[in-house]
Design a protein around this ligand. Structure first.
Ligand code: ADE
Length: 238
């Protein structure tokens, strides 16, 4: 998979590109990442990338003639073009699963107050990473790349993403490791019992407990099955 990012602040990606996840993906040739500085591609260095909006209003808007020529140069039949904006569909784990199979993703990170609508019209979709406004699309681009790359085969240990939060519309159960007792705080004894069925049940119930507490909305997206309904009854009676 190739990911091209169009940005005016390429330096923001320096740390991200050094992260162990990205390094592993690059070394194993699982992903190729190209950070493109829009400023370098604007014809004539005198030209501004942003302008005040027609019709008046606050802030600056990124010009379409700064972005579209670069986009058209790198875009192919295989490209899937995404504009990062708070006014897009919310990015969730299912979005990551859908996008991870793309051959070529182009992520357009806007800055200032926004992008000229003619850029947005050229995109295949607009994605927001949540209901808050950031100063630009760079952090969202990194969030999306991180979540996609870690799903790729050969990046994580096999099966290790399956039980994760959101993978089946539930939050992940709590995890413990050594020491078994730390300053009087004990690891739940069932996890030390070696009884796989009891551990499975404990995890399922604790995953439900967390989901009920922090993300009850997920229980509406996927309704509890019979086993889960029983655990919910038990939790409510505790
Ligand atoms: N740009 C600014 N805020 C954003 C958000 N929440 N998601 C995606 N892009 C953005």
């Amino acid at each position: 998979m190739k990911i091209s990012v169009l940005t005016m602040f390429p330096q923001m990606f320096d740390g991200f590109l050094c992260s162990p996840l990205v390094q592993r993906a690059l070394k194993k040739q699982i992903a190729e990442i190209e950070i493109m500085d829009i400023k370098e591609y604007v014809q004539g260095s005198y030209r501004d990338i942003d302008e005040s909006p027609y019709g008046g209003g606050n802030g600056m808007v990124i010009r379409c003639d700064a972005v579209l020529p670069v986009l058209n140069r790198i875009r192919t039949e295989q490209s899937h073009v995404i504009v990062l904006t708070p006014a897009g569909n919310t990015f969730v784990q299912k979005t990551a699963r859908r996008l991870m199979t793309a051959d070529h993703l182009i992520l357009i990170a806007g800055h200032y107050e926004g992008l000229d609508q003619r850029i947005i019209e050229e995109a295949d979709e607009c994605i927001s990473i949540g209901d808050y406004v950031l100063s630009g699309g760079e952090l969202p681009a990194m969030v999306i790349m991180d979540s996609l790359i870690r799903l790729k085969e050969g990046i994580l240990r096999e099966g290790s993403s399956e039980d994760e939060s959101f993978e089946n519309d539930r939050l992940e159960y709590p995890q413990y490791t050594k020491p078994a007792v730390y300053e009087g705080k004990e690891v739940p004894s069932v996890l030390l019992s070696g009884n796989h069925e009891k551990i499975r049940i404990w995890r399922k119930k604790e995953s439900l407990r967390l989901t009920m507490r922090y993300r009850p909305d997920l229980l509406e997206i996927r309704e509890p099955d019979e086993e889960e309904q029983e655990y919910i009854r038990q939790i409510n009676n505790e």
